[in-house]
Ligand binder design. Structure first.
Ligand code: PNS
Length: 170
């Protein structure tokens, strides 16, 4: 049964993976609108710029009509207040995700008590998949075709070449 409110799926998506698409698809079965909200994670070094990640996500979700891809900056709790949307979606892959996700969910709720985080479990075939690992595999010349959509794989290959020549995310 679909709830009548939109849900926000925040993340850094550097790059978007098949695991992200799996979570977005699952969320779209539960909520009438999913706002995929892309930001900088200050704890991570991104290889794609914010705009590049938005473009990649828009292409990744083009068949899901109820999905909107936007960016935000600053505190997630403030952004949710600004757009008046308080349901957060996060994916859980394994127990190892739990501590970080639990801390983040409770901190967001402490910052704004209206925020509720809903965890969706990824398909078991994606439990080992992460953007960081995909980046590492691509950087080391490995095959990422099972982990990311075709267009992401293509852009990853190009980015890895430019990084090896000294470039970085704009
Ligand atoms: O995909 P990620 O990198 O795991 O997503 C983490 C993200 C971007 C959702 C998180 O770092 C975040 O919410 N950043 C915005 C700044 C913020 O609100 N930080 C406090 C989180 S409790």
């Amino acid at each position: 049964m679909k709830r009548k409110i939109s849900a926000v799926y925040p993340g850094s998506f550097d790059p978007p993976t098949n695991g992200h698409l799996d979570i977005i698809t699952r969320a779209s079965h539960l909520f009438p609108k999913i706002i995929v909200s892309v930001t900088e994670n200050v704890n991570k070094k991104h290889i794609f710029s914010l705009q590049e990640r938005i473009d990649l996500l828009q292409k990744t979700t083009k068949n899901l009509k109820s999905v909107e891809v936007v960016s935000f900056s600053g505190l997630l709790a403030n952004y949710l207040e600004k757009i008046n949307s308080f349901v957060l979606i996060r994916g859980l892959r394994a127990l190892s995700d739990f501590e970080y996700e639990f801390q983040m969910a409770l901190m967001n709720r402490k910052l704004n008590k209206k925020i509720e985080t809903i965890f969706l479990m990824t398909d078991q075939s994606y439990t080992f998949l992460s953007s960081s690992m995909v980046k590492e595999i691509a950087m080391l010349g490995g095959n990422t075709s099972d982990f990311v959509p075709k267009h992401v794989e293509k852009e990853l290959k190009k980015r890895v070449v430019s990084l090896s020549k000294g470039g970085y995310a704009k």
